[in-house]
Each structure stands twice: as C-alpha cells, then as structure tokens.
Write a protein that binds this ligand. Structure first.
Ligand SMILES: *[C@@H]1O[C@H](CO)[C@@H](O)[C@H](O)[C@H]1NC(C)=O
Length: 272
C-alpha cells in the first residue's frame, strides 16, 4: 500500500511516493530527509552513506489549489563577498485559529543563487504543520529543494510567547556551517553542523533572507496565519554584526501582509 505524508490540502498529488513538505521550497521524499543529533557533524561521507541515491533530483510539485510561497520576506544579496554570520531573534506567535492542513514557516536563512524557492538554503525554522502536527516546533535545516534532499537537526517543541535566538555561521578553518536555534524559554536547541563538502551543491550563500513561507490555500487563508494579528518582529538581525538595508517583498496580499524594516528590526504583519 502506498500513502502520502503531507498536509490534507495537497492530497491530490500525482506522485505515490511518501513525500513531505520542506521549508525553502518543494516536496521531497521522506527518506531523503536526514535528521541528525545536535552533536553530529554531517560530513560528505555520512551524507552520501545515509541518503538513497535517488535523492538527487527527486523534488515534486504541489498541485490542486495548494500554493507554497514566500508570502512575505526581506532579502539582500552580498555583492562584495560572502557573509559568514547571520543572527536573528524572535518571539513565537499564537497558533493559527484554523487548522486545515496548512504549513506556516518563519525563518532566517542563507540562500544560494537566488532568493527563491528550490535553491540551497541554511535555515533555523519556526514551523507549524510540519508532518501534519498542529503545533510550533523549532528545527535547523539544510534544504536543497531542487536537489531533492534535506538534512536537519532535531525538532524541538515550542510554545507561544517563547523567545527564539538563532544564527547561521561559517567556520573557515573546518569549512563547516552551523545552523543554530535555541528556545530561550526551555534552553532546548536544534543544531545542524554540516561541512561545505556535504552540501552537495558546491555553493556559496550570497543571499540572506528573512521569510514567512506558507503552504496552503491560494485564497481565504487569513485564519491559517498565526492568530491575534500581532505578527512577528525579528530583532538583532545582523549580517557579520551589522544591521542592513533589506529589500522587502510581499507575494500574498489578501490579509494585508506587510514587511517593515527599522535598523536591526524586521517586522512582518498581517490581519486575520
Ligand atoms: C556573530 O555575530 C554576533 C554579533 O551580531 C556575535 O555576537 C557572534 O559572536 C558572532 N558569531 C560568530 C560565530 O562569529
């Protein structure tokens, strides 16, 4: 028997593989997501040994009225080199009042090539609706959607009002990336440490992004967003220690979505 682990919204998939949604773009087979512990270092050997060969180029598309999109974001390209350190903190908003299979992601991230879905991304993610769970979790991810694979740290349960602190950083000596997220309320962490080799894409991360990414209905979705309409304010958003002049973008507009930048604060708002 074949079945699909996914949001109920997307059950019209033509693929009969067991697939799951990932932050940063697209669906990939469940067995192409490698979850490691906080202490592991993901090296090339380990990555290759643990992910099946078919995990290259195995991404699937969503269908039937479901849309995965960067609903709101701030992004910036480093044209003069590369950043190696990106910090960001935020408070966990209320759960959505409607639970109809939507996925709601909030993340900071370093992205390769373009500030669009599908390209390789390192990202500490506040996630709702992952594997159909109607709760908040914090999880550190490396996702290459178009390459059909992902590596994660552990998923940590999170409550409304908890403060998250996050960073991504590159250690030049060991050529290793760290994606770090901590729930300051509980002390729990999700850490992904991965060598540049193990990314499999030979990529640099010239884009920095802060994103509200959603998977759900194309219209009539305002109650699928976190409730109470207070939005999320990212603080301490610094690239190599500096506040930057983000370019803001809104790609879903039905709920009054907006992004505002003030020094090292980036504010995402919407109305339910
Ligand atoms: C990253 O930058 C912050 C300042 O924004 C600094 O406190 C932190 O130590 C830096 N982390 C690394 C690994 O360099």
């Amino acid at each position: 028997m074949k079945f699909i682990v996914l949001t109920s919204l997307a059950l019209g998939l033509s693929s009969a593989d067991v697939v799951t949604v990932v932050p940063g773009g697209s669906l990939i087979p469940h067995e192409c997501i490698l979850e490691v512990s906080n202490k592991d270092v993901v090296s090339n050997d380990k990555m290759l040994a643990m992910l099946p060969e078919h995990c290259t180029d195995s991404a699937k598309d969503l269908q039937f009225g479901t849309q995965q999109i960067y609903a709101q974001d701030a992004h910036l390209q480093n044209t003069a080199g590369l950043w190696t350190n990106f910090t960001g903190d935020w408070i966990v908003p209320p759960l959505p009042s409607s639970h109809d299979g939507q996925v709601d992601y909030h993340w900071t991230g370093f992205k390769s090539s373009q500030p669009e879905m599908g390209y390789p991304v390192l990202q500490p993610v506040l996630q709702y609706g992952q594997t159909m769970q109607a709760k908040w979790q914090l999880q550190s991810w490396y996702v290459w959607g178009n390459g059909g694979k992902a590596v994660t740290g552990p998923a940590v349960d999170i409550n409304e009002g908890d403060k998250l602190t996050t960073y991504m950083s590159f250690d030049d000596d060991s050529q290793t990336w760290t994606v770090y997220g901590k729930n300051e309320a509980s002390g729990e962490e999700s850490i992904l440490t991965i060598t540049k080799d193990a990314l499999g894409c030979d990529c640099d991360f010239e884009w920095a992004m802060i994103v509200h990414e959603t998977i759900g209905k194309k219209t009539g979705y305002c109650d699928d967003y976190p409730a109470d309409s207070s939005g999320i304010t990212y603080t301490n958003t610094r690239l190599d220690g500096e506040a930057v002049d983000w370019t803001t973008r809104v790609q879903k507009t039905e709920c009054g979505e907006a992004v505002n930048v003030e020094d090292d604060k980036v504010e995402f708002t919407w109305k339910n």
